[in-house]
Design a protein around this ligand. Structure first.
Ligand SMILES: Nc1nc(=O)c2c([nH]1)NC[C@@H]1CN(c3ccc(C(=O)N[C@@H](CCC(=O)O)C(=O)O)cc3)C=[N+]21
Length: 300
């Protein structure tokens, strides 16, 4: 058997065009153009690629976009000042601070300085609290993208055993919360695995839906996957490849070749979860603009 490929490239294009329609409607009805600001600290080339992708996606969907690029020597106060400036900027509805921040910066202080109404990443404690209560305004982008990939491809997590490998604040933990909540994309039975999990393969083999968010290339091998499982690969590992255009290749956290022989469906890397993350960032930015216009209760 060869797994069906769940294309994030295709679905993200669909969602971005839905956002574009929403943007035009908002401009016509309210004269408002939703805007996103990205703050990038330091010169990590991978981060710069994502920031460029985000800005290009904004422009294509008709959103306003701005960015602040600070050197990796930036102080906490300088980063706080950049956040504050976008908090006060009326053209900006959403703010994303690219993580991780350089060592020595108190990441939580920066995140907590973001206006929760502009926190389109959904990582401010206020928004994470609402997520835990099953009423998120801004579901974190990568988890939200994974839920859309599942639901819109006919793999509703309701009643399924979902195993998530990885417990980060930005992927594993919020994804578990989304999948276990009541309502659309939820009602799953969720297990979260991590570096201290005993007999990991015994746990992953129970998964109807397996999510790999580990950050190590090909960590999930075929023997860890149940027949006909749906496999979601969140990994975006750069591995050296002198024959590649850029000198590296992207590899997921899943051994794609072997696992796709066994799975029912699988996301590729690149072209899977990555583009979905960006699409959901635009969705959340449109939501943030709606909230500014109508208040938190009518944000849909
Ligand atoms: N506050 C915060 N929020 C984030 O959402 C966030 C972050 N920090 N820090 C870094 C990670 C990573 N991330 C990606 C987004 C898009 C692609 C993406 O578009 N990937 C393409 C390929 C990109 C390439 O060619 O390198 C793909 O998978 O097809 C990848 C990774 C968001 N992140």
């Amino acid at each position: 058997m060869s797994a069906k490929i769940l294309s994030g490239t295709d679905l993200s294009a669909e969602i971005r065009s839905e956002v574009a329609t929403g943007v035009v409607e908002m401009q016509e009805k309210h004269g408002v153009t939703p805007g996103l600001a990205v703050i990038l600290v330091g010169g990590d080339p991978a981060s710069a690629v994502y920031v460029n992708n985000k800005q290009r996606a904004c422009e294509q969907a008709g959103l306003f976009s701005d960015s602040a690029q600070l050197p990796d020597t930036a102080t906490e106060d300088e980063i706080l000042a950049a956040v504050h400036a976008f908090n006060e900027d009326p053209r900006v509805h959403g703010i994303l601070v690219q993580l991780p921040l350089p060592g020595g910066i108190e990441q939580h202080r920066i995140i907590e300085s973001i206006d929760p109404d502009k926190d389109v990443d959904g990582i401010h404690p206020y928004n994470l609290g609402k997520l835990m209560q099953g009423r998120p305004d801004f579901p974190p982008c990568t988890p939200a993208g994974i839920v859309e990939l599942l639901v819109r491809n006919g793999h509703d997590p309701e009643g399924a055993n979902v195993v998530i490998c990885g417990r980060s604040d930005i992927v594993g933990k919020p994804l578990a919360a989304l999948l276990m909540q009541r309502g659309r994309g939820g009602n799953a039975t969720v297990t979260v695995c991590h570096t201290r999990t005993r007999d990991l393969a015994d746990v992953t083999r129970e998964a109807d839906i397996l999510v790999a968010a580990i950050g190590r290339p090909e960590a999930i091998t075929a023997d860890m996957v149940r027949d006909a499982a749906v496999v979601i690969d969140v990994g975006i590992n750069r591995v050296d490849d002198p024959s590649a255009r850029r000198g590296y290749r992207l590899k997921g956290d899943v051994d794609y070749e072997a696992v796709s022989q066994k799975a029912l469906a699988i996301t590729p890397v690149p072209g899977g979860v990555g583009p979905m993350t960006i699409a959901m960032l635009l969705v959340n930015t449109l939501t943030a603009a709606r909230i500014r216009i109508h208040g938190r209760h009518h944000s849909g």
